[in-house]
Design a protein around this ligand. Structure first.
Ligand code: CA
Length: 232
């Protein structure tokens, strides 16, 4: 999952970015409305944290322009405590949720998790697929109840596939949603991470769809007999 933070206060921006990275997200940051608008317009973010009081272009305008141009990623706005009218303007511009300053970072994290799972059509913070369970609250992964230790990037990859279960995810899409903007992206490394993930999960849950990408698939034994896969 890849996020954008648009916040002009450097300390607050750093605090948010650190906490989000710690929670295994890829995070890009913009310090003014113009840059934020540009990034949100050109990069495929899974969610955005958008401050409303921004230099160069205010947050409500940024959001209105994204929505007008069909950018429909979930957006959490940050508003000042005494400005109730900001919340109204923010929601009317297309915001999905808000947090009032000052806030606890944990609240932003929890609200983002909720936005991400709702935009993926999931109601529960625990994503389940066959024997695999991903608890997005603590980035915990288990297979048949046994904990699996993943690196931050492996977790990000698995969480993305779990949020998009039921469809094929291309390598390009994975690259765009797993890495930060200034990261030296190479879609071949996705193959390497998929390999490591398969090894760690032990069960065969990630299927390669030739020429298209990857999708989650039930391990053998749970599959329909008619599929007719013989042996191992
Ligand atoms: Ca501000």
């Amino acid at each position: 999952m890849r996020l954008l933070v648009v916040e002009d206060e450097p300390d607050l921006a750093r605090q948010l970015v650190d906490a989000l990275k710690e929670a295994s997200y890829a995070v890009d940051v913009a310090y003014d409305g113009e840059e934020g608008h540009f990034l949100g317009d050109t990069e495929p973010y899974d969610a955005v944290v958008l401050d409303l009081g921004l230099p160069k272009m205010d947050g409500v305008t940024v959001l209105e322009r994204w929505r007008r141009d069909g950018r429909n990623m979930p957006v959490l706005i940050l508003t000042a405590r005494d400005r109730w009218s900001d919340k109204v303007a923010g929601f009317d511009a297309g915001a999905d949720d808000y947090v009032t300053k000052p806030f606890y970072v944990e609240e932003v994290l929890a609200r983002l998790r909720a936005l991400l799972r709702r935009s993926a059509g999931q109601a529960s913070p625990e994503l389940v697929y066959g024997p695999l369970r991903v608890d997005t609250r603590g980035a915990r992964v288990t297979v048949d109840g046994n904990p699996v230790k993943l690196t931050s990037l492996e977790y990000r990859l698995l969480a993305y596939l779990m949020h998009h279960q039921g469809r094929v995810v291309s390598r390009t899409e994975l690259v765009e949603h797993l890495y930060e903007q200034d990261f030296d992206r190479d879609s071949n490394t996705i193959e390497v991470f998929i390999g490591r993930l398969r090894k760690k999960l032990k069960v065969n849950l990630i299927q390669t769809v030739r020429g298209l990408g990857y999708c989650l698939t039930r391990p053998e034994g749970e599959q329909q007999v008619e599929v007719g896969q013989a042996g191992q």
